[in-house]
Write a protein that binds this ligand. Structure first.
Ligand SMILES: *Cc1c(COP(=O)(O)O)cnc(C)c1O
Length: 399
């Protein structure tokens, strides 16, 4: 296989047949300006130095790789390792692309950064990055998520962002995206829509991937240094797909490294209550790009669900769709129960409380590790910490 993954997407933003800019012509122009500005600054020393300094001294990179010995022993097979994105400032991988987006907005002379948030992680990360860079921030969030993710809501307010509750439709992530996008369309010249994952119109899937790829770059070097080899399997949860693509990108050309993305099966794939887009979806357009979608016959997005708010999105990053079709990455699912079991197991075996999102990847790692030899290595992207979920889980399990 000699596919030049990093040369993707093409100049129109396509990864194979996915991605692109399914948006009105005036907006295409705006997106192309963002792309031009990004391409112009990304390789300049000034931008790279500024980003690198913030990654090291503000985010706390590089995040460590931790060998979960007790968990691996209990599972009784392959060795399980974690890339500790939960240890980043603000507690998840999202800060990686938020700082990039805020710096870009400032460079372009924008006065406001706008976004949606699901679990509140993107909102907190973006509000943080905007405070850091010194630019106004407006976050749209579904009412249901506001109730569920109270600590993150409070943090966003403290960080000085304008929080807009979204009361329409499902009152969760999908409608928050629609609401934020409408607001953006009112003044796209002075605002930057900072998308929270590798989704949306070109250039966002590319830009967010590039900003997240620091995760895999570090991990590849760290694992090689420590173990003298690459991991056998990479594992990451997939909502929009940013933490997964961030880990995978540096390894895509390593044919011997297997990669698995884990989607939320919610209450079961045979119920409507899941968000397993790559597993159960079909091709279509959503939020300005083409990808696999969970949609009805008319092409409208279906309501989706996961116990992890950050994973309940009816679309998915275009590069993942491509990687699925060419079979470079395998996509599987874990349901709510498996997620909760993994959440408790990691907490009690290792003293690490994971985000419910990340717990989907941990669940699948535990599932396959037990049937693998002890000298095999699985590296899981521990995309975030579970502080935000602790109260919810304790109540759910009547702890
Ligand atoms: C938002 C979030 C995710 C899901 O987003 P991706 O773009 O699929 O990575 C996963 N884990 C955590 C901790 C998150 O906050």
């Amino acid at each position: 296989m000699s596919i030049q993954f990093l040369e993707m997407p093409d100049e129109k933003g396509y990864f194979g047949e996915y991605g692109g800019q399914i948006i009105p012509p005036p907006l295409v122009e705006i997106m192309n300006q963002i792309n031009d500005a990004y391409e112009e600054i990304k390789n300049t020393k000034k931008f790279q130095d500024e980003l690198y300094d913030l990654q090291i001294n503000y985010v706390g990179r590089p995040s460590p790789i931790y060998h979960a010995k007790r968990l691996s022993e209990k599972v009784g097979g392959a060795q399980i390792h974690f890339k500790r994105e939960d240890l980043n400032h603000t507690g998840a991988h999202k800060i990686n692309h938020c700082i990039g987006e805020a710096l870009l907005a400032k460079h372009m002379g924008k006065t406001r950064v706008l976004a949606e948030t699901g679990a509140g992680q993107h909102g907190v990360a973006l509000a943080t990055a905007c405070a850091l860079v010194g630019i106004d921030c407006e976050i749209h969030m579904g009412e249901i998520d506001i109730k569920k993710e109270h600590p993150n809501v409070t943090k966003m307010k403290i960080l000085g962002c304008n929080l807009v509750p979204v009361t329409r439709g499902t009152k969760t992530l999908k409608d928050a995206v629609d609401s934020a996008f409408e607001e953006y369309l009112k003044d796209p010249v002075n605002s930057l829509y900072a998308i929270g994952s590798v989704v949306g119109p070109h250039p966002f899937p590319k830009m967010v991937r590039d900003f997240q790829s620091v995760v895999g770059k570090e991990a590849r070097q760290q694992f090689q240094d420590k173990h003298g080899q690459l991991p056998d399997i990479l594992m990451a949860c997939v909502g929009g797909g940013s933490n997964a693509i961030g880990l995978f990108t540096a390894f895509l050309e390593d044919e011997e490294v297997q990669m698995i993305g884990v989607e939320p099966a919610g209450k079961g794939l045979d119920t409507p209550d899941h968000a397993a887009t790559l597993t159960k979806g079909s091709k279509g357009a959503i939020h300005g790009f083409e990808c696999y979608n969970l949609q009805d016959e008319k092409g409208n997005p279906l309501p989706v669900y996961s116990i992890a708010s950050g994973l309940d999105y009816p679309g998915v990053g275009p590069q993942h769709c491509y990687l699925k079709d060419i079979e470079r990455v395998q996509y599987v699912t874990a349901d709510d129960k498996e997620c909760l079991d993994a959440f408790m197991e990691l907490s009690r075996m290792e003293g690490i409380i994971p985000a419910l999102e990340s717990a989907h990847a941990i669940a699948h790692a535990m599932k396959i590790a037990k049937d693998m030899p002890k000298d095999k290595h699985i590296l899981v992207n521990l995309s975030g910490r579970g502080d935000k979920d602790a109260d919810y889980v304790a109540e759910y399990l009547s702890l």
